[in-house]
Design a protein around this ligand. Sequence first.
Ligand SMILES: *Cc1c(COP(=O)(O)O)cnc(C)c1O
Length: 355
Amino acid sequence: MMTPRVTMDLGKIEHNARTIVGLCRAHNIEVCGVTKATCGHPEVAEAMLRGGVSMIADSRLENIRRMKVAGANASFMLLRIPSLSIVDDVVDTVDVSLNSEVCVLEALSDAARSRGRVHDVILMVDLGDLREGVWPDELPSLVRAALELPGIRIKGLGTNLACFGGVVPSEENMQQLVALAREIEQASNLVPEWLSAINSSGLELIGAGKMPAGLNHARIGEAILLGRETTQRKPWPDTFQDAFVIHAEVLEVNSNPSRPLGERSEDAFGGLTQFEDRGDELRVLLNLGRADVDVQGLVPCEPGAVVLGASSDYLVVDVSAVAGPVHVGDELTFIPNYSALLSVMTSEYVTKCSL
Ligand SMILES: *Cc1c(COP(=O)(O)O)cnc(C)c1O
């Protein structure tokens, strides 16, 4: 089989989705499945939908178009704040988008009106993570401005945590969104259908029964794809952590010294790695490199295997502690973290196979 390749166990993805959807449903939270780390892979979207997610969200219109062309029968949400230059495509391609700028809302409204349609939006507020969204005290004026625009409808209010600043969802910050929604309801008669505050970092709070009532929409990627909540990356109960496996092929097997010989300067990527002297090591060279994957996010499946480093096209792995011989032509496998999953699914050099 072709190497390098990533295998996607669709049954495991479906199972993970079912587990997360079940938890959220028990707390009156609807789950939207997030496919962006898989480059919007249509089969992954289908597996999530079979597992019970109510819709699919992705950060890229290209990904959403790919899933639609493949026949995914779902509604779609655009996760990344739309650039002003793509508002027409946004209105044509997705059912709902996340927004925070009045000028973009105006452009979306015009684009929707010119098509005789209304585009749904979730207005984003920043509760401390410092990525997208307006500051809480600016939300009422954003809502007022949006209510004036005939081509858009405010479907909900949202926030995103644990992505830029690593801010953990808490009863306090979640309650803050509920309180903002109440304030807006009183000031404007708008009752947002969705309060969408949760990604995979919110599962602990839900599981602990501490998610404030009223939060009713979650956008979940990593917990479904990799079976982990994201505040401490703990495996989530009754999910698989190995739905995605990366396979690379052994090109060379060598017994090498553990420290480079000769005068040393920067490596291929400007790094100055320190090498410990551990005597001779049995090392393999694999056909997987930084053009294929974020190599720092790889965990070897083979007990005893240790990733030593990588350049654009090679991965160097110490197999001294691996039981049994390793030969040229053998495959070694790795579990990706989120960053490695994103990069491997985006790389043109890596074959994607579904199981
Ligand atoms: C990526 C993303 C998510 C999904 O986050 P996970 O941690 O993978 O669950 C949710 N919301 C927004 C806005 C995102 O960009």
